[in-house]
Design a protein around this ligand. Structure first.
Ligand code: PLP
Length: 478
């Protein structure tokens, strides 16, 4: 008998677990005797007390029985020899798992050990002052948020603060009762898909698209149709003749192209949804950061027909680790969406919600947004400046006036050259990320999605110069 100790916890517990495995895997059969404590202790080089304590633990779990004067015996009703799970490769247990097994793994957390100059787009702007005031709000909230289950659709104070904020900043007029707090856009979309889509029904996504939205819909069993995006956003004239149930859009700042959906297209999209009885999921993930004169209000602000399910997130405006966002429900879907969210997780953490409500109510949130916007504007200009200074003849920069990333297209670079460029840049401490994974099929020219929130203006200048140097190295013909 070779007992395997797992090195976790105290010695007698490890011994008990090792013996338990022997029993469950049938190597100690029903009614057989465990070794005498003295001889097992000697064989293992441990104290007899350790063995006695391990046997006592097994007895308390009713796996063995001990009578005074006789050896410890394995209970006879204990053991149906089990095959260890790790040896079995389990086939997908549901249609859902069959579908999720086909999906490419996607993360927004970036590389574990990030390069020195990382142009990863998933990072939010981190301001030390924000973290300091957030900590104070969190500590206070921990005291007064209460220890009971929160309302599953969110704290009333937060829902009310969000509805006032949306009217001021995004032109969305809604009642606090229409707002559901969720743990980010991802949960919003899953809850919405469950509520409005049957497996096998169709949904439209943009091309290029936000991969995690595509995955959520595919996992749900939706049949996806891609509709092209141009410089005015989704090409509404190409919406399918057979209407989908759901249309996923990022109108304020198309992800990842950066286009803003024009007013004419917004109206066409709403008309199409009303005429065809479909729902629009508006993902307003970074609509707060617009560098033009006056930010365009959300699509939902034009939605008199109540077809838009509006979703916002604090992942970009505060930080993604917070995992808080919201849905603004069309009246007719409100009860169904509330029930779906309640069944999902009984509500988001009330401490974080209470802290956020206080943050919004005190207007510190909007002050933070103003400061972030100013800083992001500096960073964006630094990147644009660096790119035009060092790479003017090599790239085209996609037109975009909002958000936290830019898209650039190479004028003369093959996809093989792009692979070399990404690898070489990484060796030089520069993290760059191709845009083609966000397309169903790679576009004719390779391009990059450059996040600028995570680096200072000076670092962004250096990153642009580094990129130019790497490009020169990698641009030999294939
Ligand atoms: C297009 C898009 N939507 C939504 C989000 C935010 O998702 P969540 O609120 O789940 O963090 C992101 C984050 O990068 C995004 O790129």
């Amino acid at each position: 008998m070779l007992l395997k100790f797992d090195q976790q916890g105290s010695l007698f517990e490890q011994l008990a677990r090792a013996l338990k495995r022997e029993i469950l895997e049938g190597r100690f059969g029903a009614d057989s005797h465990l070794p005498a404590t003295r001889s097992l202790a000697a064989a293992l080089g441990v104290s007899r007390n350790t063995v006695i304590a391990a046997y006592e633990l097994l007895r308390s779990e009713q796996l063995v029985a001990a009578r005074a004067g006789s050896r410890t015996r394995v209970m006879n009703n204990t053991v149906a020899p089990a095959v260890r799970a790790s040896r079995i490769s389990i086939r997908a247990q549901s249609r859902f798992s069959t579908r999720t097994r086909r999906l490419r793994s996607v993360t927004l957390s970036g590389l574990k050990a990030g390069p020195q100059y990382n142009l990863w787009y998933g990072d939010a702007l981190t301001r030390p002052q924000l973290l300091a005031s957030w900590r104070r709000k969190l500590v206070a909230a921990a005291v007064w948020a209460g220890s009971r289950y929160p309302s599953a659709i969110g704290l009333p104070s937060l829902r009310s603060a969000i509805s006032k904020y949306l009217l001021r900043r995004r032109g969305v007029s809604c009642n606090p009762d229409d707002v559901i707090i969720v743990s980010g856009t991802q949960q919003a979309l899953c809850v919405v898909a469950r509520t409005v889509l049957e497996e096998g029904q169709s949904a439209v996504i943009e091309e290029p698209h936000y991969e995690l939205a595509q995955h959520a819909l595919l996992a749900h069993g939706a049949r996806l149709t891609s509709v092209r995006v141009d410089s005015e956003g989704l090409v509404t004239a190409e919406l399918p003749l057979r209407p989908p149930r759901l249309i996923f859009v990022t109108p304020s700042h198309q992800f990842p192209s950066g286009a803003v959906l024009s007013l004419a297209r917004r109206l066409e999209l709403l008309k199409y949804a009303a005429a065809n009885d479909c729902w629009i999921f508006e993902d307003d993930y970074d609509g707060e950061f617009q560098y033009g004169n006056r930010p365009l209000p959300a699509l939902r602000s034009l939605d008199v027909g109540e077809r838009v399910i509006y979703s916002g997130s604090f992942s970009k405006t505060l930080f993604p680790g917070l995992r808080l966002g919201y849905i603004v429900c069309p009246t007719g879907l409100r009860n169904d969406l509330c029930m779906a969210k309640a069944l999902e997780d009984l509500g988001c953490s009330s401490v974080e919600q209470a802290a956020l409500a206080a943050f919004l109510e005190s207007r510190q949130y909007e002050k933070h947004l103003r400061k972030s916007l100013a800083e992001l504007r500096n960073r964006r200009e630094a990147l644009l400046d660096g790119l035009s200074r060092h790479l003017a003849g090599d790239i085209d920069i996609a037109d975009s006036s909002s958000g936290m990333h830019l898209v650039v297209w190479f004028r003369r670079l093959s996809y093989r050259g792009l692979d070399r460029l990404v690898a070489h840049a990484l060796e030089q401490g520069l993290g760059i990320y191709p845009i083609h994974p966000f397309y169903q099929s790679p576009p004719p020219r390779p391009g990059l999605i450059l996040g600028f929130a995570g680096l200072s203006p000076a670092q962004l200048h250096t990153a642009a110069a580094l990129l130019a140097g790497c490009l020169n190295k990698c641009r030999r013909p294939d």
